[in-house]
Design a protein around this ligand. Structure first.
Ligand SMILES: Cc1cc2nc3c(=O)[nH]c(=O)nc-3n(C[C@H](O)[C@H](O)[C@H](O)COP(=O)(O)O)c2cc1C
Length: 341
């Protein structure tokens, strides 16, 4: 299937309920501790943060979804404009189409719509091995990105083609790229989560951040098994993965890198819990693309996330994002079993 057609079908399928995990991120198994005697007003809560040198008005970032087609340009434009207005970060989808066909790079040039915010370029780990660090850097420079994220997606790849090769080269490609690139490097999953072992391995490299992209939101295995007619594989592996909450805790324990919590983040309370667990930012993908037909809808979505985050911070007595990191939390049984695995 051609890259462009596959991308459009990915988007179409992501809009459907079947694209989502039935199993959860386990954020519901984290309880925050209510603090009813407060020494500040709601309006005094400060949500600002800094990530890889860029300012965020609150700790949320749109994760990579799409890029390289006319349709994706229009959707990304609405997201970019809304992110600029609300002061949060934005990631473009995989640069593959732009690397394969130079004329498609125009569809990735979104910087003019979001001149001040954190902008991330993205590439698949198997693709990374096929190109020099300079070629990737040149692309990121041309679209004026602030960082490059590399996605690990073994489960998804196997739904597309179970004979895919090159997985054993991935770690070295990432390690070499992080040594040679002039951009900060983020390694991310696409919905199956980062384990303790993977985070530990990544910690030994020069990458800057890990986006856990865990289980609980969008299941790329489900999406690709539907698109490629792999019904049985989809049924067997569609719910496979590490719940996002467990993946953040694994990554925090195994590594000193910055952390993005994503995969099933669906409201501002989830964002608050992400930071209490030790993440630096939270991220969303499908909620953004489902609203991307119109800039105002994305703005409204981001306003809701921010309002819910502010209320959550207020209720646990965290006046700013730094204080959030020192708040205690209670873990319930299933999540505790995960982290003791
Ligand atoms: C249609 C679609 C396309 C995606 N494309 C990419 C991509 O190009 N690169 C990437 O790193 N992740 C990609 N992702 C994964 C997301 O960045 C994210 O990790 C995942 O959807 C989980 O977040 P969510 O539960 O908020 O949707 C894509 C997701 C969707 C739904």
């Amino acid at each position: 299937m051609k890259t462009e057609k596959r991308k459009d079908l990915h988007l179409k399928t992501a809009m459907k309920k079947e694209s989502q995990f039935r199993k959860t991120s386990l954020f519901e198994e984290i309880e925050l501790i209510h603090n009813p005697l407060l020494d500040c007003e709601l309006t005094e809560i400060k949500t600002q943060t800094t990530f890889l040198g860029k300012k965020f008005s609150f700790p949320l970032c749109i994760r990579p979804i799409t890029g390289g087609t006319k349709k994706s340009f229009e959707l990304n434009k609405n997201i970019a404009l809304a992110c600029e207005k609300k002061g949060i970060g934005f990631a473009l989808g995989s640069m593959r189409a732009g690397l394969e066909n130079k004329s498609k790079i125009e569809f990735f040039k979104l910087r003019k719509y979001c001149p001040s915010i954190f902008l991330e370029a993205n590439i698949g780990a198997l693709e990374l091995a096929k190109h020099s660090a300079k070629k990737i850097d040149d692309f990121a420079e041309e679209i004026q990105a602030d960082a490059v994220s590399v996605h690990l997606n073994s489960a998804q790849e196997l739904m597309q083609n179970s004979k895919t090769k090159g997985f054993s080269e991935v770690f070295n490609s990432i390690k070499n790229f992080a040594e040679q690139s002039n951009f900060p490097v983020i390694v991310k999953e696409v919905g199956n989560g980062i384990s303790f072992e993977t985070a530990k391995k990544l910690d030994s490299t020069k990458i800057n951040a890990i986006d856990v992209a865990g289980r609980g939101g969008t299941s790329f295995v489900k999406i690709d098994s539907i698109l490629h007619g792999k019904k049985r594989l989809g049924e067997v592996f569609g719910e496979f993965g590490i719940p996002t909450a467990a993946s953040v805790l694994f990554t925090k324990k195994a590594s000193k890198k910055k952390i993005i919590a994503s995969g099933g983040i669906r409201n501002g309370l989830d964002v608050c819990k992400s930071l209490v667990l030790g993440a630096d930012l939270a991220g969303i993908a499908v909620p953004a693309i489902r609203n991307a037909g119109n800039e105002k809808s994305v703005e409204n979505l981001l306003d809701s996330f921010k309002e819910e985050l502010v209320i959550s911070m207020f209720l646990i007595g965290a006046r700013n994002t730094e204080e959030l990191k020192h708040k205690k939390f209670v873990l319930q049984d299933n999540l505790r079993e995960w982290i003791n695995a």
